[in-house]
Design a binder for this molecule. Structure first.
Ligand code: MF3
Ligand code: CO
Ligand code: CO
Length: 275
């Protein structure tokens, strides 16, 4: 049985498996954190170029996060020591910034999570580095469509959690792409990763009912090839088993009385490439 817990303000909450239902204070906190997250991704656009190292991009993310009055939630999270995740080509997610340099033709996901006044804004986008082949650009486009179709499914009256994964899976598999199963969207708010788990492949009409005040991410990872992934020796970097390209977009959203509020929309309209 799904349990819900009403959160009235900025009180501490536990990772106890309950789905939190937030009020106006929560929406206001998430709006601010989400906006900062989106502004950071906007500001990265001119920096994502051939020849730049992923560590340099991480330095920019850390500085912009601090300048915005926040801290990167990933810093020190379960032993992770960077301010964002940067996942190139066949890296599915949790790529660790390093001295590795971006090259012409790469597709890159940058995933940021500023923690601002106790609220987490979690979002990621794909960036195209120089000239990217059509089939990679198509993967990126379709992955963004998957995210937006998932959000649309969540905004329908009476929607259930499984409707999101059903919409995403149908769209991805129609193009013969693989939907990653090992990593999911998640509840968030005062906590970075909380209930519910938002799977990106599911059956419509299943799972908990979506209720006003729920906050969670949708963050589909879609592979050009098969859905299988493996995690490298570093304990973080997830790659496609068949080394096919992978793409991901992530928004943090809140369920409202009338639909969905997207907390991490780009103020500049830079939600997807080309930028
Ligand atoms: N931002 C990622 C997410 O979307 C989580 C990254 S955790 C890290 O949930 F430790 F790998 F950074
Ligand atoms: Co997330
Ligand atoms: Co994220």
């Amino acid at each position: 049985m799904t349990q819900y817990q009403v959160v009235t303000g900025t009180e501490a909450v536990l990772r106890d498996g309950t789905i939190k239902l937030h009020g106006p204070a929560g929406f206001e906190g998430m709006r601010r954190a989400g906006r900062l997250a989106a502004e950071i991704l906007d500001a990265l656009v001119p920096h994502v170029q051939p020849g730049v190292s992923t560590q340099h991009l991480d330095d920019l993310v850390r500085q912009m996060t601090l300048d915005g009055g926040a801290v990167p939630a990933t810093l020190g999270y379960r032993g992770y020591t960077h301010s964002c995740c940067i996942s190139i080509n066949h890296v599915v997610c949790h790529g660790i910034p390093s001295d590795k340099v971006l090259k012409d033709g790469d597709i890159v996901n940058i995933d940021v999570t500023p923690l601002l006044d106790g609220w987490h804004g979690d979002t990621s986008r794909m960036y195209l580095v120089g000239d990217v082949p059509l089939k990679a650009r198509r993967l990126v486009d379709v992955t963004h469509e998957c995210l937006m179709l998932g959000i649309e499914a969540a905004s329908r009256p009476g929607a259930r959690l499984g409707d999101i994964g059903a919409a995403i899976q149908a769209h991805a598999e129609r193009q013969r792409y693989g939907v990653v199963r090992e990593f999911c969207g998640h509840g968030l708010g005062r906590l970075f990763h909380d209930a519910p788990e938002v799977v990106h492949a599911a059956r419509a009409g299943t799972g908990p009912e979506l209720k006003p005040g729920m906050f969670f991410t949708i963050e589909p990872m879609i592979n050009l090839g098969k859905p299988g992934v493996k995690v490298l020796e570093d304990g973080w970097t997830a790659v496609t088993r068949d080394r096919s390209l992978s793409a991901q977009f992530e928004h943090s959203i809140g369920i409202t009385e009338s639909g969905v509020e997207i907390f991490t929309k780009s103020p500049k309209g830079l939600d997807k490439p080309p930028y």
